[in-house]
Design a protein around this ligand. Structure first.
Ligand code: ADP
Length: 300
């Protein structure tokens, strides 16, 4: 450990009132998001390595920001699934709030697609089957993720899919509740959120999943333009095409076209998607080798 390694101390209050200190060394920088910076944390006692998401309290001074963080924590800690980044625990000191998460050592799908330009169908099948498994679990617990995109889906050391960033997730109080907050990431946002008339529900995740699938196969999002307003216009008009120079299978094209429809009620359910020929026409490997981080899987 170099002399300038920062040590973070977690104060633990035991049931009997005694306090203990758990120490972590803050290591490699992993990435940053809207409010947070994420680093590798090593517990000095157990040597366990986790991803520590650090949020400055000064950025959480507004009640709304704090509430949002508390909601993210409440929802994330209630979810337990192999394909969702595991929430370990959280704590705070004078300056920051720390969320300790399962470490995903092989970066996000955004990094992967950038490096590889686009993925081959077998990879898309393998990754998206896992995404659907996580989504099915979330929806069955009345949680809508609301920010499904390449940058929020990570790969573990074993190349397993881990869905992360529950920062925009919503838990429905009752089945049939409609959400009204306008949120999401421009390229992935569903048309009913932009229209904002009747609220939205689980179907916004299905839409974003369709955008995700297109982006993995084609290498860029279907409605992307140089400015957000034009992108929104294209989403509302459902104006996207499949480029001629990239060959994609009939099944892939069919599934994407069934998902990216304006009326949320017309979109397939998660089970419809899992049973679609895109996922059933050939055997799909459970995991892919780490070599595919750099080069396509060999077709042999
Ligand atoms: P925000 O909620 O502020 O957008 P994110 O949760 O998206 O923050 O995290 C920001 C970045 O930190 C991610 O893009 C990724 O690079 C990195 N990161 C987040 N969680 C993990 C994790 N569990 N393992 C490895 N890297 C992570």
């Amino acid at each position: 450990m170099s002399s300038d390694t920062q040590i973070i101390e977690e104060k633990i209050v035991k049931v009997n009132g005694d306090t203990a200190i758990k120490r972590y060394s803050k290591g490699r920088f992993l990435g940053k998001g809207g409010f947070a910076k994420v680093y590798e944390f090593v517990c000095l006692e157990t040597k366990q390595v986790t991803a520590g998401k650090i949020m400055e309290k000064s950025a959480l001074s507004k009640a709304r920001a704090r509430q949002k963080l508390m909601s993210e924590i409440k929802i994330h800690r209630s979810l337990h699934h192999t394909n969702i980044v595991r929430f370990e625990h959280y704590f705070e000191d004078e300056s920051n709030v720390y969320i300790m998460l399962e470490l995903c050592t092989n970066q996000s799908l955004n990094d992967l697609v950038r490096r590889r330009k686009r993925l081959v169908e077998l990879e898309v099948q393998c990754y998206l089957q896992q995404v659907l498994s996580a989504l099915k679990y979330m929806h069955s617990h009345r949680v809508i993720h609301r920010d499904i995109k390449l940058g929020n889906i990570f790969l573990s050391d074993k190349m397993e899919i881990k869905m992360g960033d529950l920062g925009l997730a919503a838990k429905l109080e009752f089945e049939g509740e409609r959400k009204r907050t306008i949120c999401g990431t421009p390229n992935y946002i569903a048309p009913e959120i932009l229209e904002g008339k009747n609220g939205h529900s689980y179907e916004v995740d299905v839409w974003s999943f369709g955008v995700l699938m297109y982006t993995m196969m084609i290498g860029k999002p279907p409605f992307e333009t140089n400015d957000v307003k034009t992108t929104y216009k294209r989403i509302k008009m459902n104006a996207y095409t499949f480029p001629d120079h990239i060959s994609i299978s009939e099944e892939a094209r069919d599934l994407i076209s069934r998902i990216l429809v304006t009326d949320p009620m017309e979109r397939p359910t998660i089970d419809d998607m899992l049973n679609h020929a895109f996922f059933t026409k050939n055997p799909i490997p459970k995991l892919l080798p780490t070599s595919t981080l750099a080069v396509p899987p060999s077709s042999s």
